[in-house]
Design a binder for this molecule. Structure first.
Ligand code: AMP
Ligand code: ZN
Length: 485
């Protein structure tokens, strides 16, 4: 079965293919570790995870590299402010990132190189660029000479004039005085000469003390792990220019081979129709959502639910539908397990080791949609239509359905959560019931802020509300028994 993805560079859907006899190489630009990743970042990582899961289902062997940017202006500034070494400062943020990835059921990459651990490779690449006339030294900094690379701008499809303006804007934003020494405004920095504000963070180099620029890291690390040509390179849409454009220039100018076969860019997540930003106070993390009673699995589901090439608008209604959709999938899985007589452990093992069944009798359209440029909304539609049309599969159907069901849950990264069937029925206290009623009334009156406020109080008291079409269900938060409440 063909797996097609939209290539940003050619603007067409192309069949995913690597080089014969070589593992398929994917490179994902990873996090800059100066705080917790937000749910926008995780939209990008969840989509990348789905690509990797599909490769695994298709039995394509792969090398999946996702870097960690552990040196940049922000990490240096914060580590100095907190009087910590850079490595002590980033350590808890890297751990936090790993922990969040685990909670979201993201598969770990094959390797996760860090910028600070690959300085030598970055310096070698810079030296190659200088030797070939693509880079020059100014006052201890090294710049890439854009005029020496004819194809600059081919990924972002912007003409030279627009690129120059954008480069000027981004240079202005970074407020980096070094950058004014460039031959041309669009030239970008490969190596930054040391400044006193860098504190103890510097490496010796042939051009003097300093540290690498951001773009050079990814070119060096992808070369180190995946060779000259990467099969699939991905990141959020904001990375297309200048980051990925600069990576192409550096790698192709140095090695003379095509840098990337296919580019995949993920559109941004917005919150309630607005760009996420610290100043708007709408920058949400996994912890923020968990505090409001939403499990990481429902966050994952919500982040996946829109098409990756379209902006996804994050709302609490979206979270509630994700919760209720997951519950339906869970109930269906539970019924399937009871019917087939296999236990949860066997099911989990089977799901982890599953491959795409050759014969797809029940969920063929689901997999077709996923493999056609990750059309998750269509695939989920197929899944729910199937459940609706087959509310209780017969024993005969169950055997062959199980293989397809395991593969479907694996592709979406959904883990079966055992239903609390023996949990005693919980008595709902009158004050909780009254709050829930008030919240429902507020929601019906479209007073969403008030409804969210009341939901928050219920969550703090250990209760979760599941909204349905015409009513709601109150349930104790997972992990809390009535006695805790
Ligand atoms: P950063 O840590 O800022 O380098 O970002 C890590 C990844 O998250 C990159 O691939 C970004 O393009 C992506 N990203 C940043 N903001 C968003 C957003 N609002 N929605 C989706 N992806 C994002
Ligand atoms: Zn990168």
């Amino acid at each position: 079965m063909k797996f097609r993805l939209f290539n940003t560079q050619t603007r067409t859907k192309e069949t995913v293919r690597g080089e014969k006899g070589k593992a398929f190489g994917i490179y994902c630009c990873g996090p800059t570790v100066y705080g917790p990743a937000h749910i926008g970042n995780f939209r990008t990582y969840v989509v990348q995870d789905t690509v990797v899961r599909l490769l695994k289902l298709l039995q394509i062997s792969f090398q999946y590299i996702r870097n960690i940017t552990d040196v940049d202006d922000k990490t240096i500034r914060n580590s100095i402010a907190q009087q910590q070494t850079l490595s002590d400062y980033v350590k808890p943020w890297i751990e936090k990132f790993h922990n969040d990835c685990k909670r979201l059921n993201l598969l770990p990459p094959t390797a996760e190189p860090r910028a600070t651990e690959t300085i030598e490779a970055q310096q070698e690449l810079i030296q190659t660029l200088i030797n070939k006339g693509h880079a020059y030294v100014r006052d201890g900094s090294v710049y890439f000479r854009i005029a020496s690379f004819e194809n600059y701008g081919r990924l972002s499809h912007l003409d030279n004039r627009v690129l120059q303006t954008q480069a000027l804007n981004s240079a202005g934003r970074s407020n980096d005085a070094d950058e004014y020494d460039r031959e041309q405004v669009a030239d970008f920095v490969l190596w930054k000469a040391y400044k006193p504000t860098d504190g103890d963070v510097f490496w010796e180099s042939p051009w003097g003390r300093g540290r690498p620029g951001w773009h050079i890291e990814c070119s060096a690390m992808s070369h180190l792990y995946l060779g000259q040509t990467v099969d699939l390179h991905t990141g959020g849409v904001d990375l297309c220019f200048p980051h990925h454009e600069n990576e192409i220039a550096q790698s192709e100018a140095a090695y003379g081979a095509p840098f990337v076969r296919q580019w995949l860019h993920i559109a941004h997540l917005q919150v309630e129709g607005q760009k996420m930003s610290k100043s708007l106070g709408n920058l949400l993390t996994l912890d923020d959502l968990q505090a409001r009673g939403y499990s990481p699995s429902s966050v994952r589901y919500a982040l996946l639910s829109g098409h990756y090439r379209q902006t996804l608008n994050f709302t609490f209604d979206l979270m509630r539908s994700a919760q209720s959709a997951l519950r339906k999938i869970n109930i269906y899985t539970h019924a399937l397990l009871s019917q087939s007589g296999i236990n949860e452990e066997t099911f989990e093992k089977r799901t982890e080791n599953t491959v795409l069944p050759e014969k797809r009798t029940f969920l063929g359209d689901f997999f077709e949609a996923l493999l056609d440029d990750l059309n998750v909304p269509k695939a989920l539609g197929c899944l729910f239509t199937f459940m609706h049309q087959n509310p209780s599969p017969s024993k005969v159907q169950t055997g062959s359905l199980l293989g397809e069901w395991c593969a479907a849950l694996y592709a979406l990264g959904i883990e079966y959560e055992e239903l609390d069937t023996d949990m005693p029925t919980v008595e709902i206290p009158n004050d909780i019931r009254a709050l829930a009623e008030q919240r429902w009334a507020a929601k019906q009156a479209r007073q969403f802020q008030e409804a969210d406020r009341l939901r928050q109080i219920l969550t703090e008291n250990g209760w979760n509300i599941l909204d349905r079409k015409d009513d709601y269900v109150l349930e104790p938060l997972k992990g809390k028994m009535p006695a805790d409440i």
